[in-house]
Design a protein around this ligand. Structure first.
Ligand code: GLU
Length: 443
C-alpha cells in the first residue's frame, strides 16, 4: 500500500533522544505505517553551536534501537534532501526572496521580520480541534523575526519552508508547538502553499503533574538503552502515552497498534509518565523472550557489570540464568540478582546478617551443612528433602533453615529458588560458603 501521506520527525539535535521525541517519532511512524505513507527524518540543526554529527548520531541510534525506520532522511535515500537544515541555505534564501517580492518582510536592526496578516487564524487540529487565534493586534502578536542579525534562521521559517519543500501532508508533533501553529499557517499562506494537517499530541507529564523536562528521571532514551530495557517494551509503553486501544489493554503487539492507530483517537488530555509501569511492562516482555535471546541479553548484562562468564562452563551459565528467567523486570537487575553464581567474594546483606546470622542459628546451619555433605546426589529434590528432614529433627520451621542457608550461599534473602540454585552451585561451593558463614556466626 502506498499513499500520499508524508510525515516527518524533525528533531533539533541535543545529544540524546528525549522520551517526548521518541514518542513523537513513534506516533509519526505509526501513522505512516497505518496509512502506507512515508516517514521523513529531518535534522533541525540551525543552532550551529552544537556538534551536529554526534548529536544526530544519538538520534539515529535511538530510533534504530526502538526499531523505528525512516524512509527518507540522513542515512536513507530520498528526493527531498538535503535532510539537514544546515545544508539548505540556498532554499531558505529563495523562500526569503519570495517573501521580499510579496512585500512580506522588512529589515529591523539587521534582523529580518515577517509581516503578519492582521487577521484571525483558525487551526483545525486533528487532535485538539478547532482553535481560533486572533492575530489582529501587533501588540500581542508582533511581526516575527525569521532571520537573526547574524544571518541564522529562526525555527518557524525554516520549519515551514522544509515542510513545504518536503511535501509534508501531516505535521504530528508535541502540543508545545500548538501556539506556534497560527504563525506557521501565516507563512504557508504568504508562500501561497496549502498548510498540512496538524495533529498536536498531548504533553508528557511527570507523575506529580509537572511537565517532563530533559533532566527528569526516565527522560532520556539512554536510561532504557543502558538500563537493560527491551526496545519492544519501551516502544509499547510509548504507544500508551497519549493513545490506547479501546479495551485499554496495556501489553499490545506493535502490528496491532499499527492496524488500530488513528490520529483522531489520540487522547486530548496530557499523558502521565510512569517509569514503574514501563518497568513492569518490560518484565512482561522479558518473560516471553525466546531462550536464545534471553540468554544473550542476560550474558550481555552480566558482562557489562564486569563478570567474565567465559571462565565458567557453558552449561553452568545456562542453568544459572534459567533460574532467573521470569524473576526480574529489567536486565540491569540481573547482576545483583544472580551475581553470586559467578563470584565467591560477594557481600552479605547487612540486614540479613543482623537477622539471620545469630547464635541460635549456628547449630542449625551446621546441621544443614552435615545433611548436605552427606548427599551423594546434589540435586534439588534431594536437597529439599534433606533440608526438610533436618528441620523436622531440630523441631524448627523450614524457614528457620532456609533463610540462614540462602544468606550464606547467595549473600541476600531474595533470589532464585533455593534448592535449584544449590544444585547449580554444586556441593563444593555450597559447603565452602556455609563454612565461611559459620565462621561469621556468633557462638
Ligand atoms: N525542531 C522542532 C522541535 O524539535 C520541530 C518541531 C516540529 O515538529 O515542527 O521541537
Amino acid at each position: 500500500m502506498s499513499s500520499d501521506v508524508r510525515v516527518r520527525f524533525a528533531p533539533s539535535p541535543t545529544g540524546f533522544l528525549h522520551i517526548g521525541g521518541a514518542r513523537t517519532v513513534l506516533f509519526n511512524w505509526l501513522y505512516a505505517k497505518h496509512t502506507g505513507g512515508t516517514l521523513v527524518l529531518r535534522i533541525e540543526d540551525t543552532d550551529r553551536a552544537r556538534n551536529t554529527q554526534e548529536a544526530a548520531q544519538a538520534i539515529y541510534d535511538g530510533l534504530r534501537w526502538l526499531g523505528l525506520n525512516w524512509d527518507e532522511g540522513p542515512e536513507a535515500s530520498g528526493d527531498h534532501g538535503p535532510y539537514f537544515q544546515s545544508e539548505r541555505e540556498a532554499i531558505y534564501q529563495s523562500y526569503l526572496d519570495k517573501l521580499r517580492a510579496a512585500n512580506r518582510v522588512y529589515d529591523d536592526a539587521g534582523s529580518i521580520r515577517f509581516r503578519f496578516a492582521r487577521e484571525k487564524v483558525v487551526v483545525d487540529d486533528v487532535i485538539c480541534g478547532h482553535i481560533e487565534f486572533d492575530m489582529a493586534s501587533s501588540e500581542t502578536n508582533p511581526d516575527m523575526t525569521i532571520r537573526r542579525a547574524d544571518g541564522s534562521w529562526i525555527f518557524h521559517f525554516v520549519n515551514v519552508v522544509d515542510d513545504i519543500e518536503m511535501k509534508i501532508s501531516h505535521v504530528i508533533r508535541g502540543e508545545d508547538h500548538l501556539s506556534n501553529t497560527p504563525k506557521h499557517i501565516q507563512l504557508y499562506r504568504a508562500f501561497g502553499a496549502t498548510p498540512p494537517r496538524f495533529a498536536h499530541i498531548p504533553l508528557i507529564l511527570n507523575k506529580d503533574g509537572s511537565k517532563m523536562s530533559k533532566r527528569d528521571q526516565g527522560a532520556s532514551l539512554n536510561t532504557y538503552i543502558d538500563g537493560g530495557y527491551l526496545p519492544e517494551a519501551v516502544r509499547n509503553y510509548l504507544c500508551l502515552l497519549g493513545w490506547s486501544p479501546k479495551d485499554n489493554r496495556e501489553k499490545i503487539d506493535l502490528k496491532e497498534v499499527v492496524r488500530l492507530f488513528e490520529l483522531e483517537k489520540v487522547h486530548r488530555k496530557n499523558a502521565a509518565f510512569d517509569l514503574e509501569k514501563c518497568t513492569w511492562l518490560n518484565g512482561e516482555y522479558v518473560r516471553e523472550l525466546s531462550d536464545e535471546r534471553f540468554h544473550s541479553l542476560a550474558r550481555q548484562a552480566l558482562e557489562k557489570a564486569g563478570f567474565d562468564l567465559s571462565t565458567f562452563p557453558p552449561d553452568y551459565v545456562r542453568a544459572a540464568l534459567d533460574t532467573c528467567n521470569g524473576k526480574f523486570k529489567i536486565f540491569s537487575e540481573l547482576p545483583g540478582y544472580c551475581g553470586f553464581y559467578f563470584k565467591d567474594d560477594f557481600e552479605l546483606n547487612p540486614d540479613g546478617v543482623a537477622k539471620h546470622f545469630v547464635a541460635e542459628n549456628k547449630p542449625r546451619l551446621l546441621a544443614v551443612r552435615e545433611a548436605f555433605a552427606g548427599l551423594d546426589n546434589f540435586d534439588a529434590a534431594k536437597l529439599e528433602t534433606g533440608l526438610k528432614a533436618t528441620a523436622a529433627q531440630l523441631n524448627v520451621k523450614v524457614g528457620a533453615l532456609v533463610h540462614p542457608t540462602r544468606l550464606a550461599v547467595t549473600g541476600t534473602n531474595a533470589g532464585p529458588s533455593l534448592y535449584h540454585l544449590l544444585e547449580i552451585l554444586g556441593k563444593d561451593r555450597v559447603l565452602a560458603r556455609i563454612d565461611r558463614a559459620l565462621n561469621l556466626l556468633p557462638g
